[in-house]
Write a new protein. Sequence first.
Lengths: 658, 235
Amino acid sequence: MPGESIFPTLEPLLEQVSKPIQYVGGELNSTVKDWTVGGDHTVRWALMYPDAYEVGVPNQGSMILYEVLNERPDALAERTYSVWPDMEALMRAHAVPQFTVDGHRALGDFDLFGLSFSTELGYTNMLTALDLGGIPLHAIDRDDTHPVVIAGGHAAFNPETIADFIDAAIVGDGEEAVLMVTDVVAAWKRDGMPGGRVELLLRLARTGSVYVPRFYDVSYLPDGRIQRIAPNPAYPGVPWRVAKHTVMDLDAWPYPKQPLVPLAESVHERMSVEIFRGCTRGCRFCQAGMITRPVRERSITGIGEMVQRGLAATGFEEVGLLSLSSADHTEIGEVTKGLADRYESSKVGLSLPSTRVDAFNIDLANELTRNGRRSGLTFAPEGGSERIRKVINKMVTEDDLINTVAAAYGAGWRQVKLYFMCGLPTETDEDVLQIAELAKKVIETGRKVSGRNDIRCTVSIGGFVPKAHTPFQWAPQLGAQETDERLAKLRDAIRSDRRLGSSIGFRYHDGKPGIVEGLLSRGDRRVGRVIEAVWRDGGRFDGWSEHFSYERWMECAARELAPFGIDVDWYTTRGREESEVLPWDHIDSGLDKEWLWQDWLDAIDEVEVDDCRWTPCFDCGVCPQLGTEIQVGPTGKTLLPITVVGGSPLRERTPSHA
Amino acid sequence: MQKLRVKYARRGRLRFSSTRDFGRALERALRRAEVPMAFSAGFHPHPKISYANGAPTGTASEAEYFEISVTERVDADAVRAALDAALPDGLDVLEVVEAAPGALADRLEASAWEVVFRQTALADLEAAVDAYLDAAEAPVSRMFKTGMKTFDTRSAVVTMSAAAAADPSCAILRMVVRHTTPSVRPDDILTALRAVTALAPPVPPLVTRLAQGPLHDATAGVADPLAADKAAAGS
């Protein structure tokens, strides 16, 4: 019977797998609704973060959608995660389908299967889930009994590489989008499901903001480039370009209200409050900053309420104030001071995953660690030389950086971590070797201001991957071997100085995974064959170094792409011209392609562009295109006082004597 | 400063939670329930909680114990209700008492276990129990942090019997096992049972700890380890 729990067949397998707790659900604040909670036309979503439970369960986006959908009386949403290979083998042996951890219902029983892709490296895990769920891998092979497979998340801004496997993609903010899709599905069910699956997909596509790949045809030029991507005329009403979703009032969406508290250990053991969405700093490498414009702040009042409510609902001991650059919130000083005051006595810690390099940040960090240990601070200059930082529009001078770290070491911090990228456009060995010089200056300065020799600096560096909808979408990616060679030179340069080198840690990611990520992030529909071949060959959990196989990806890509006369280099290390049709041109992120091209030219010319929060508009196109605007404070609002209770409500009552 | 002793159950699918998992859930539940926890001193203050003899991951339990310290005197029954409400279903707080003198750990001398063998005939289980009880020794080997160790399970078993279950396809094993070093876990005994009679259930048996506490030699039963605390509170 659809919707029935498969737990009885799963349970004996749990004795035989590692960390069984990840498969049993039952987390605090999780929800299991009746299969027919909304009557015959209940709309049922299975939501997946296609990675291991420990990574997926704290994911904010999935948590928000789970809650928003479950608040609807006519809908239900349950969660599913990637199962580890030991569990996959047992499930195959005992014919146990991919299941949700809430009601332990079979994935195939749901109406909709929504996947959130933060990274392209989850694609093979999607195929595992589909296959274990008994759902045909190819969208075109599915019938009315199968769930509609919808991709979201940042990677969905180029959905073409997974176009064969998904029925639809939705780009942008998910809160309102999932409700809109639920409305469409509910109406179609009430109408008696006319026209089956194709009619439902057509109704979704005609909203203008749901991309249904099967309704679009792609043609290619003889040299392999795309000639045209256009709606198939057999399906009238399908838009040429599909718009992204933008939630304008964050205070109206205070989710998650009831964050999940897993029993199992997860990668983020804290409660998170998103303090603003979007970023207009304009770092040219940053896809998140480009595709989430404009900036929309949550008010200080709204933040305070979410923290209070979330802590009461979860009992977490730490609160993270999330955003793409948290120190940029216009009221961040008041927010951090107010929250630090309020929660000082209850031992609740605050964290600000902020990456901006300036002295103000040190003040904030000091505020958040009033009584605690000042262990490490992290900054992301991203580029080693002043020149390359102009190319990427990361407006930090060397003086800024040195002054900031001096302030940090002076305030008692013992370790500074610096994040960089290797392989940025126009980069030479010299730009990267500057990182060593910078790190040495950091140590020298730190020793001077702190008067101690035991301070440390860690350089963390990985390969840059050009992404869709950024000014670097046309840029050639640096090859894996060249990346590794450059990183080796940097390592040698750091180690060559005996006096300072011993205080500098060096962490790097080799260039190989970046090439696969590059293939998947700027690929087109032809890359789908590669993903499928890798998966059929056993590819799983590509984000995990112990499971990732570069050789497998390269072998499968060579074999699958050869018939088209193209290869991995063609997708990754090849620069593109302005006239080239890009695989994601029909996905409308709001950014003007002409503006992006101009910004790319400015990058090559080392011309910087200011943050439009504080300067006039640069016409990136987002606000007029989407009818949105920047929303920043200060609002003049405050943290609303909370009632102070005198001690614990559980304290023993003194017996009253008459 | 007041010290409380708490008895809780780990039921259903939450038997797959480990003691560490429970620890995380408990600290959060204590915050939600607004229990006035006492913290350790230092850079990273931790709530003062001590866990006693947790059942292995994968086994259910009706008798797990821990102690917490609180900074102001609280009503034990109110804490029981608030903490139970704050923990996920399946982690159920059964009793909270104020600690009387004497270490709780010293009172946990033995456990009573119930093991449900699914798709197993009662006669087969009975034969296995008879063979096991007849053996002078029933050694098993298990991997420890320090390496593989072989130890006897038989001497730790105080009583063992087989019984019919309501579901005729199942058979029930009941036993009282003394807490020893190295500890003899239910799965060690199941391994030993398999070794003496080749008893091999097709699905893993369901193991539940029914009680742990002082071992009464006269009745070979397990007594309530909180009896002394309750007596002191009642006086």
